[in-house]
Every structure is written in structure tokens, then in C-alpha cells.
Write a protein of this length. Sequence first.
Lengths: 440, 293
Amino acid sequence: MTTLTPILTKFWDHPQSWTMATYEDNEGYTALRQAMQSDPADLIQATKDSGLRGRGGAGFPTGMKWGFLPPPDGGPRYLVVNADESEPGTCKDIPLLMAAPHFLIEGIAITSFAIGCNHAFIYLRGEVVHVYRRVMRAVEEAYAAGYLGKDILGTGFDLDVTVHAGAGAYICGEETALLDSLEGRRGQPRLKPPFPAVAGLYARPTVVNNVESIASVPAIIKQGAEWFSDMGTEKSQGFGIFSLSGHVKHPGQYEAPLGITLRELLDMAGGMRDPGHPLKFWTPGGSSTPMFTDQHLDVPLDFESVAANGSMLGTRALQIFDDTVSVVRAVSRWTDFYMHESCGKCTPCREGTWWLAQILQRIEHGQGTPEDIDKLVDICDNILGRAFCALGDGATSPITSAVKYFREEFEAGCHTPAAELFPPAASTLFAKEQNTMVTA
Amino acid sequence: MSVNFGRQTASGHLHVPSESKEPYPTDVLEQLSLEAEQVIARYPQPRSALLPLLHLVQSLDGYITGRGIDFCARTLDLTTAEVSGVATFYTQYKRHPNGEYTVGVCTNTLCAIMGGDQIWETVSEHLGIGHDETTEDGKITLERVECNAACDYAPVVMTNWEFFDNQTPDSTVQLVDDLRSGAPVAPTRGPSRVCSFKEVSRVLAGFTDGLADEGIGAGPASLRGVELAKREGWTAPGEESAASVDAQPSATADGPGGGLAAGQRTSVDTPANEPDERPGGQDAQEQAKEDDK
């Protein structure tokens, strides 16, 4: 049996969990002191050795990303933290930053020291104003304590941190779109190469990392690479926050070693909301990762095992849907999202998502035609691998996977509206209360 | 139902009402220029200040005005077309006067299924307005919003970008009624009151309002895992279980009530820690390696 490993979530229950005082009471900033006595190259090596892979979805080895920076040329190099958490179902970075922002600030200080960066940025989505307050406050506190600013801890190392609020655009979670946005432009992805490590922010060498990746760095430096790599599986090492939402009894954040299964997590979360309604489908890592069904309860949630089963670990955003839910309705709504959020730069995504949304709406309303399902799959084929960035590819995941597992529901959409087959009221959080009131 | 969600016509987007081009009064402009300098100073290159400056314009005008676009363009040495191009890209920038409160109902898949659709229908009918429309009293602009990273609290309603968790149609109707009548309204996770759209826009421009320490650190769903771990005595490797520390200061980590290290080695006994030993200390790690052999 796998058990939980509260590390980043450990003291979220403290009444003032977000303050510097609480963080320092929990050994906060000891890793920074330790790191400042080390050779930066050793810090990068330790991160490589730990096996930490990007926690923002793609799973690229974090230390290797740092290692891609060209040798110092005397000009600036930047660290940019991607806190634009917007993938449907993903809700780990935002609670982390609200409850314990200093993990990230300490991680930024250590990472910046390791890669030779003197100005780091946190790009936080703009739609979470209280989180923005907390992160700004944490940065203020860190300046006041001498963990940021000039001559940090007497080492001569300088670091400024700017907390930047976005303004509502899913695409800015794509790292090069984020950089364009941070430069004051429309958030549209850039052609790669050059990769940000070579020409990123202001065309300077830049590391872009997810919040949880950087927040995990202090623990790795403090406890050692081996401590981290001993957790998880052979190629997916360490821990991560698993976010359960939807039709589970106790939705929430569960921090566990990679490789835990949904069966184990569901057990911890009290099982399904209603034992009479079994699991129907779920996403392992947000809506852009192909959906799983009840056949996949025992797939270890690590990068390799999830991929071997035809999906992606993504952001460990486990959205759970029971058998009251129409998969057509779910997919149709996700597709509305991709249509709304397509940045418009490339044709396959800009045009394709609109066609997909229109076809899905007609199927959802029971007005699909027999050719519609093949048309959907065909359009997906024309987006996947042909879109400018990975977010276009992601738009096809829910559709192709839903057709693969639940084709008959799409066929039913040729004659019967989804709302008739699956009355939406039965799926709601308040369905039970209402039913109880009726019977009482 | 969601057919028109998010579709915005080019004319709707690019139209700037002529009255919004009235120049700022001199004193307002001076203050704005001073604050713009502070924003620009945060970045190595001035253009990076554009997003916060547009938030700052909204904090004054309540939406992106013609004069606000002119101001940003002049301040950052851009064309007004460049500024408009950015302002129209991001959904938080409003192209017409916004209400005092933006009430955003999440209707992305998970929230929609958990009841967001019913909330949307009820509150839209109650207020008599649709997406991106404002009540006649100027109090509320209603929006369908995309996933706001609070799925474990679904269905979620955002009011001026503060979290209202686990909402129902009734609770949301109550919320908008309170907002309209001026009754005090506090988010589930956030400060003790909901600030106005203009006040919140100022925060998003990077000007703090002193409310960071208000409210809770984490809601019940955020704490599910950590509370379960405490009950079960589960800890990360190298950490003593809080339960064992409280109950028996001298107990070993694998003693009664103590926790086992998690991860791959759950079937292997964790090393015993001395009472005065720091969790995860060098000794413990070396011991762990010994145990693994």
C-alpha cells in the first residue's frame, strides 16, 4: 500500500500557514542557507540526480532543463515561474501558493543561485487575486528577511523577484506564450527552436519551470537527491500533489509518491460520492490528457505507466465522473473551452476547435448525423501534431479518447439529446440534498 | 445552451466609446504617471509593464478606456493599435464599463456537471442578464468563467476573482442579492470582504492593499490529504510522525502510533530516530541505506 507523504502540504493546516514565521518554524530557508555555501554546479547536479521532472504537465527533467543554459556570457539570464495554472481540473499550484508561498520563494532563490540568475519572475494567472496578495506578501517578507535583494545572506549574491499578474488567457501556460505575455504582448506561442534556455525572456537564456517543480527544490537540497529519488518509481521519482475532484466523497489535495494508483487515492478520498453510482471516466492530468475509465484504476500514476496506457500524467488533476454523467456533454464543454482559449495563431487549432465545438454541440443536442463521429476524429487527426503548440494537441485528447471508450454515446447523439439520456440534475453536488428534501 | 459562450465579434471587441477618450484630469494623470513609473521599474524592459498598466487603467476607469489605451501607448512608446491588440487578447480586460462586482460562474466541464450549469441558469434568470452583461444598477457583471483552479471545491463562483466554494443556485442568488443591497459579503477563501472591481484591479497592477493576511490558508478540501496523513500517522521519509512525537517523545518512528516512511520502501522498517535527532538528518539517511542493503 502506498501512503501519503505530506511535504509541501505538511503545515497547510496551520492557522497562519502562509507567513514567513510559520515557514521558518518548519525549517524554512535552511535549504537556502545550505545552498548558498555550495557550488552552483553541485546544486544543478543534485537536482538532476534527484530525478525531479517538471510538475507542470510535460514531465521534462528539471535539472536537465537548467543544464541547457549556455555558459554565462556576462549578460542577464532569467528564471520564470509558470504559475498560470489554468488546465481544466488542475488545482494544485493555486492552493499551494495560497497556503504556503514560501516554498516557492525559497525554491526560486536556490534555483536562481544555481543557474546564475539575478532577476526572477512569477507569472501568476490574474483570476486569483487573494493568491496574488499572498505571493506578493511572501516576496516582501523574504526581502525584509534578507533572503531576496542585495547581498543575500552575506554571499554577495543579488536577486530580485517580480510577481506578475496575467489577465485571463489559458494559452499563457504554454511557456513561450507566457514569455511573450510577460514581455507585454499577446500571449501566443513562439516557434521552437530557439528554446527558452537559449533565447527566452528578452531573448536571453531563460529557465521556465512550474510552481510545484521549483517549490520541491528546497526539500531536495535539504534532504538530498537520494531522499527524493527513493520515492516514486524508477523513472518517475519523488512526490507530487494529486488533486481529486468531481464525484468522490472527499475531493481535495493528496500529496503522494508518483506511482500511486487511482484505486488507492479513491480509497483515501472515501470512495465515490454515491456507492450506487460507479466510476465511469476520469482524467489523469487535466482535460488535455486522454481520459481513462474504470479499467485503469490500477494504473500506477507515473509518467511511464500512464503513457503506456495511452494517456499522460499531466498535472495529476484527477477529475472523477460517475455514471450519471454524459461523456458527450463533458467533452462538448471541454471543447468549448479550447475554442474559447485558442490563441488564433495557427489554423488547425483556431479553425479546428470551432468545427469540433459545433459538431459536438449538435451531437449533445441529439442532432448529430451518422458522419459526425468520423468527422470529429478526422478533424482531431488534422489538429494533432499539426498545431503550433501542445495546447492544440491537447484539445483533441478528450474527443479521441471519449470516442474510443464510449462511441455508442456519440452514436446516440444522432437521435437523443444527452440531457435526456443523462439528466444533468443527478450529477450535481446538491442533487442529494434536493432528493433528500423531496423524500423527507 | 453554451452555443455563444466566448464568441466575441470583432466590432464588439474593437469599439471604444468616444466618451472614454475624454482626457484624464491633470491631477489624475500626474498620479497615474507616477504609479506607471513604479510599475515600469519592476521590469528590465518597459513593455513588460503593459499588462499591469492595463489593470491599473481598469482600477481608475472600470474598464479599458480609449484614454487608458492612449496613456499606455504614450507611456510605453507603443502605438495605440499595439496596446489595443494586447487589451483585446485577455478576457480580464473589459471593453465596456464593468459592474462593481464581476460574478463569474465556472461552467467548465467539472464545475458545470457538479452544478455550475444550474447555478448559471438560475442566477442569469434571476438577474435578467447574460454573459458579460451588467445589471442596470451597475452593480453586477455576470460572466461564465473557465476553470479557476479550485476544482476540489466545485461548483465554484468567483466574485471579483475571490473564491466562493461549493456553491448552489440558492447560495449564488443570495450572493448577488447581498452584493446589490450592499450587505457584507465575504469569500470562502479570501479576505474578510469582497473588494470592488476597481480595487481588485489595482491589486492586480501590483499595488498591495494590506489584505494578504486575512482569511484562511487552506480550505477543507485542500487539507483532506494532510489531515488523513496525520490521522493515519503517515509521513514523508525522514520525518517523524506528529502523532508519535506528541504521544511518546522517546518512541521510535516505527513504534506504536508512529508512522512509516512512504514511497517505495513502505514494506521496510524505517530507521529509528534519536529523540534529539533532526528529522531527515545525515544519520537517518545513512541508516536507511544500510537498511536497504
